[in-house]
Design a protein around this ligand. Sequence first.
Ligand SMILES: [Fe+2]
Length: 303
Amino acid sequence: MQPPAPGTLRILHLSDTHVTGDGALHQGTVDTTAALGALLDHLDGLDGVGLVVVSGDVSEDGSPESYATVRDLVGGWAERHGAAFVTVPGNHDQRDGFRRVLFDGHVLGEGGRPLMHTMEHHDPAVPVRGRSVVAGRRIVTVDTSVPGAGYGELSATATEHLRAALAEPAPHGSVVVLHHPPLPAPTSLHDALKLRNPGDLAAVLRGTDVRVVLAGHYHHHFAGSTGGVPVLVAPGVANDADVTGRYDEETALVGTGALVVDLAEDGSLWSTPVRVPRPDADQRALHLDADTAARIAAAFGPS
Ligand SMILES: [Fe+2]
């Protein structure tokens, strides 16, 4: 791949790593730690990455062990490449375990240097929030997870955090990282588990210096916009949703990928999707029939 142009911030955007603490296979089919390792190995020669992002569903089980695995693998990659490392919880994450290992999600700063954190007790009901600056860009993480649920919500607390973070423009603009994308969902199950109030996010973002929103959750690459701001959804590390299947069923294929997002000094943006070939590619990683998908949607969607 071409090296980033001078002044450009290159972001390696990963999502939905779904790593397990005990090595259990994700959905009984995929070794997500191995998939993450294979992806990072494949990307080892990538030039000029200044920031690595994991936009939620970092862990499958919320265990501190799973977060430590991601910190070691992704944080290790970022450190070796002189890149910052920022992450945010998704619906599978648990704030306690996340905070214990990854603090406010801003793990490494510019150049891959560890950021200082004080260990504070936080009520798990309080969304994880953080911000840092990488190459003159303000990176703001917004926790859209709802404890015990699968759908996403921009809570009043998270809205306030985002509004306050964006109050003054940053030298080269801002990047917002969150899990549930403010975009239409590809299947009925994901529709039940989507961001409930995308209009509230659009209202906060409109007219600000935010150059891009980086999201995950759909396990497939999508591009759109909200409030005049581009939205990029990274493909899943754990598996790849089959968006051509029946709307009321849920099927995912074995496969892993990422986005390489280049953010130029003048605010222009381009993104290169990377898909990592696997010897077992395109076998089913997951299939839920319509009844099962509806049952999960009822259990974890808004009541
Ligand atoms: Fe998710």
